[in-house]
Design a protein around this ligand. Structure first.
Ligand SMILES: [Zn+2]
Length: 174
């Protein structure tokens, strides 16, 4: 069962977190003189958070669905791998496609910055995906369990009838 809500929550948080960091990095690196500093800070943080959440929700949905198939042992690695794929399909290929029409190849800086931003985003997506891990289910944590002697599935130990295969037990086991 794919946990889409978990993916979307992780994506939205990752969008805000990575958006904030990359905005600060961009501001520190280059402050255009034609902008007043305050307006730039406010607009880029608000804008970045908005786009971060929107993209994050979209990313999180697909990330949750594809989670088990993404290479990587830990969620943060999976997040980076998946965000690089995202970058490839939504930034790199479209830009190469566009530049083949316009004849300009001035995209290299934008491509690299986008790749770094996406990787940062992916790292946070994996991080938050772990953080929103659901707590153990009720059956696993609260009810004493045993295995059905007929089908081998885990069932509550006070069951008189296996809920899966219908096997009738003669007595309950403590
Ligand atoms: Zn059974």
């Amino acid at each position: 069962m794919v946990d889409f809500v978990r993916g979307m929550k992780a994506g939205a948080c990752a969008g805000v977190a990575s958006g904030a960091i990359s905005n600060i990095a961009v501001l520190v690196a280059s402050i255009p003189s034609y902008y007043s500093y305050g307006v730039l800070v406010v607009s880029s943080i608000v804008g970045g958070a908005f786009y971060g959440i929107v993209l994050g929700l979209f990313f999180g949905l697909i990330f949750a669905a594809a989670y088990d198939k993404i290479p990587g042992d830990i969620s943060s690695v999976k997040g980076v791998m998946f965000s690089v794929l995202f970058w490839l399909f939504f930034i790199f290929i479209p830009m190469i496609f566009l530049s083949s029409f316009t004849g300009t190849i001035g995209f290299s800086n934008i491509l690299i910055i986008a790749l770094l931003t996406f990787s940062l985003f992916g790292f946070f997506a994996g991080f938050f995906y772990d953080m929103f891990k659901p707590t153990k289910t009720y059956v696993q944590s609260q009810i004493p369990v045993r295995r059905c002697s007929a089908c081998g599935r885990v069932i509550p130990s006070d069951s008189m009838i296996c809920p899966y295969c219908g096997y009738k037990f003669k007595e309950t086991v403590e």
